[in-house]
Design a protein around this ligand. Structure first.
Ligand code: ZN
Length: 371
C-alpha cells in the first residue's frame, strides 16, 4: 500500500493561499489532479506521500507544515488596516502568511521567555470614555513620559506583543494584529512602510487590542476608534495643541514631524482635531501637500523603530541552541532562502561560519533563555 499522509485541510489551504495559488494552479504545477487537492482540503482523502511532497515542492514549504495542528490562531475578526481597498486574494494571502508566521513564532517561543501580554483593556461603552481617554489611560498606566513615544515597536514588545514585519505584501497592507488565548499576540506590519507610518500602524493596532475585544464589536466603528486612539497616543492633545502656531505651514509641519515622528499629514489632521487651524488654512495645506507629491512621499525621513523579540528568538536558536540556519529553516517549515529573507534580514549570514570578532553582538538581549 502507498503510504498516506494525515494532512490538516486548513494548513494545506493556508499554505496554498499564502502563495496565492488556486487549487487548479497547485494541481497543474505539481502534476497532480485538482480533485486530489480539493478532496484533501475537504478532509475527504489522505493523499499519498509523493503527492504531498509534490505540493510542498511547489508551495516551497516543508511537507510537515501540512500536518500541523490548527488549534486556534484564527482571529475573531482580522483587523486589517488598509490604505486602499485590498483585493480578496491579497487579504487571503496576507491572512494566511500571518497564521503561518504565528505558528513559526510559537515554534521558536518555546526556547525564550517572552514578556506576558500586559496590554490594559477597556470597554468604552461601559466606562463612557472616548478612544482618546483610553489612550491617555494606557499612557498613564505604562508610565510614559510626556512627549513622543520613543520606540513604539519596543513599547508593545515590552508588553508581550511580538512585532513581525512582512515584506512584499503590497502598498495596501498596513497591519493586522492577532490576539488569541494560548498564543503570543502578534502584530504583523508591512516592512515597506516609512518609519512614521509604521509607528502609526503600531499605535492603531494597539488601539484595537485595548478597545476591541468583544464579540459584538462593529468593524466599521473600530477603524475610526483605533485611529483616534493612535492620534492621542502618539500626539497627546494637551501637549501638542500649543505647538501649532498661528501661521502653520509646511516648514512647521516638517519641524513637528522631526519631533513627534508622525507624518506631516497626521500632524495636519491633529491640528484640526485640536482646533488650532481654520478650514481655509487646512484646505490650503492639503492642496500644497498634494501639489508637492507629499501624499505619496513626504520629506523628513523618520527611521523605523527597531523590533527585538523575533531577532532574539532566532539568535538564541542559532547561537545558543546549536541550530544551523538549515535546521531552523526546516523547523519553521521554510526553504533556507526564504528563511533568510524573512528572519535574517540585516543579520550576519551564519554565525557558525563567521569569525566571532567580525560579528557585531548588537545590544544586550533583554529576553531570557528558558532553561
Ligand atoms: Zn484597524
Amino acid at each position: 500500500m502507498t503510504p498516506t499522509v494525515a494532512v490538516n485541510p486548513r494548513m494545506l489551504m493556508l499554505a496554498r493561499d499564502s502563495r496565492r495559488m488556486t487549487q487548479k494552479g497547485l494541481a497543474e504545477a505539481s502534476n497532480t489532479s485538482q480533485s486530489s487537492v480539493s478532496r484533501a482540503e475537504a478532509g475527504l482523502d489522505r493523499p499519498s506521500r509523493s503527492t504531498v511532497d509534490a505540493w510542498a515542492a511547489v508551495l516551497r514549504y516543508e511537507p510537515a507544515l501540512f500536518e500541523q495542528a490548527d488549534s486556534t490562531v484564527l482571529p475573531r475578526t482580522p483587523l486589517f488596516r488598509k490604505r486602499a481597498a485590498l483585493k480578496k486574494a491579497d487579504t487571503d494571502a496576507t491572512a494566511a502568511l500571518l497564521r503561518i508566521r504565528c505558528r513559526q513564532v510559537d515554534a521558536m517561543a518555546r526556547a525564550v521567555e517572552i514578556p506576558e501580554e500586559s496590554v490594559p483593556k477597556v470597554n468604552l461603552d461601559k466606562e463612557g470614555w472616548t478612544p482618546s481617554q483610553a489612550a491617555q489611560w494606557v499612557r498613564a498606566k505604562w508610565r510614559l513620559p510626556p512627549g513622543p513615544v520613543e520606540n513604539m515597536a519596543r513599547l508593545v514588545e515590552d508588553h508581550g506583543i511580538v512585532v513581525a514585519r512582512l515584506g512584499g505584501v503590497g502598498d495596501a497592507f498596513m497591519g493586522v494584529s492577532i490576539v488569541e488565548a494560548g498564543h503570543h499576540p502578534i502584530m504583523l506590519v508591512s516592512s515597506d512602510a516609512p518609519g512614521c507610518r509604521d509607528r502609526w500602524t503600531l499605535a492603531h493596532e494597539l488601539g484595537h487590542i485595548v478597545l476591541h475585544h468583544r464579540d459584538n464589536d462593529v468593524l466599521e466603528d473600530c477603524e475610526p476608534e483605533a485611529d483616534e486612539f493612535a492620534s492621542e497616543f502618539l500626539m497627546p492633545a494637551h501637549e501638542i495643541r500649543h505647538q501649532f502656531g498661528p501661521r502653520l505651514g509646511l516648514a512647521a509641519l516638517a519641524q513637528l514631524k522631526r519631533h513627534w515622528r508622525t507624518s506631516m499629514q497626521a500632524l495636519l489632521m491633529r491640528a484640526r482635531q485640536v482646533r488650532r487651524i481654520s478650514d481655509a488654512q487646512e484646505d490650503r495645506l492639503w492642496r500644497l501637500i498634494s501639489a508637492r507629491g507629499y501624499r505619496r512621499q513626504e520629506p523628513v525621513d523618520i527611521g523605523v523603530d527597531q523590533v527585538e523579540i523575533i531577532d532574539e528568538m532566532v539568535r538564541v536558536h542559532l547561537e545558543e541552541l546549536g541550530f544551523s540556519v538549515a535546521d531552523l529553516a526546516k523547523a519553521l517549515w521554510l526553504r533556507e532562502e526564504e528563511f533568510r529573507q524573512v528572519f535574517l534580514r540585516g543579520r550576519a549570514p551564519d554565525p557558525s561560519g563567521t569569525d566571532d570578532a567580525s560579528v557585531d553582538p548588537g545590544p544586550k538581549p533583554r529576553l531570557r533563555l528558558v532553561e
